[in-house]
Design a binder for this molecule. Structure first.
Ligand code: ASP
Length: 326
């Protein structure tokens, strides 16, 4: 609904805030305690109390889940994708904000970008201190995320924390304590939020969803991550193969190897990975390194995940096994 001037910035727009829990919704017994708290206690509507929406923007809160994001599950990702699609289809909705724990925020963001690649912004935000802290960081992060979600031209799934905007593809939690725990690695941040204004330094993520999920979506395929390291052995991988050969109902279908450097594996683990691939398990190598990507060689016998981290490679493989890759 445009006003008389008809300009987009003057249009009354809604931003939908979906709550999923996390430290941002955490409560501690003592205000000075920033680590001994219970995550996922405060409802999303309460998190919005006292936050002034940008001019012309109205807020609507909806609780989708209430979990510590270390316990995030595929079913919550599906519920989030459905709620995002529902709200983003409405003309007066500018964008969606998702409040989330920092621990698996990058996984949820990557999943949503992979299945939706939305033409409007979906902004994940979080906090490193609980809502009960002396000086909580959540309210400013939520305010910044709302600003991004209401910004004309913004699109795609992004994360906003400590005034920095990261794409779903690049964002990675790199610090367990500081208030700015995320990095976009080599790619750098997408932009910044400064006093209610967005300053992009890169393009917003575009493109199409990388997969079309087949409906109805049942249990996700089991994909495990096994790390290569000094002294690594193939025993865990062999056990997964045996489980599959025994016909276990939730047997592993995919295996991500968190590989050293440019996708290399301890020879014992590599031999087991080759046996797994021969047994029909889809095997993917992802580098353990925080930055960069695997540069493939013609002699590679196991696929690589390019620049995806092991946890994002796992999601990519789950989606590949579940849906139709474009
Ligand atoms: N364990 C919390 C979570 O991911 C940590 C946080 O939100 O910072 O839900």
């Amino acid at each position: 609904m445009a006003n008389q001037s008809g300009s987009l910035t003057d249009t009354l727009r809604r931003v939908i805030v979906l709550g999923t829990g996390g430290t941002i919704a955490g409560r501690a017994a003592r205000p000075g305690d920033n680590i001994g708290y219970s995550a996922a206690e405060v409802g999303v509507a309460e998190l919005l109390a006292g936050i002034d929406a940008p001019a012309g923007v109205t807020l609507h809160a909806e609780q989708v889940a209430q979990v510590d994001s270390k316990d995030m599950e595929f079913t919550i990702w599906l519920a989030l994708a459905l709620r995002c699609e529902h709200w983003l289809a409405m003309d007066d909705v500018a964008g969606v904000v998702i409040t989330h724990g920092t621990d698996t925020l990058e996984e949820t963001a990557f999943f949503l970008q992979s299945v939706m690649a939305p033409g409007k912004p979906v902004v994940l935000t979080c906090a490193m201190r609980p809502a009960s802290a002396l000086s909580p960081d959540g309210p400013q992060n939520v305010r910044d995320a709302i600003v991004v979600a209401a910004t004309p031209g913004a699109r795609g799934v992004v994360a906003v924390c400590a005034g920095t905007i990261h794409t779903a593809l690049d964002v990675r939690k790199v610090h367990p304590y500081r208030l700015d725990p995320f990095s976009s690695g080599d790619a750098g941040a997408l932009g910044y939020v400064e006093e209610g204004l967005v300053r992009p330094v890169r393009d917003w993520p575009g493109g199409e969803p990388t997969v079309v999920l087949k409906s109805p979506i049942g249990a996700p395929p089991r994909v495990e991550i096994v790390t290569s390291h000094a002294g690594a052995r193939g025993a865990v991988v062999d056990a997964l193969v045996r489980e599959r050969q025994a016909g276990a109902p939730d047997a592993v279908q995919g295996l991500v190897l968190a590989a050293t450097g440019n996708g290399t594996l301890h020879h014992d683990l590599e031999a087991a990975a080759m046996r797994a691939q021969e047994a029909g398990i889809v095997v993917l190598r992802a580098t353990r390194c925080g930055d960069g990507r695997i540069l493939p060689k013609p002699s590679d016998a196991l696929r690589d995940a390019g620049g995806l981290s092991p946890v994002k490679a796992r999601i990519s493989l789950m989606l590949e096994l579940l849906g139709t890759v474009r």
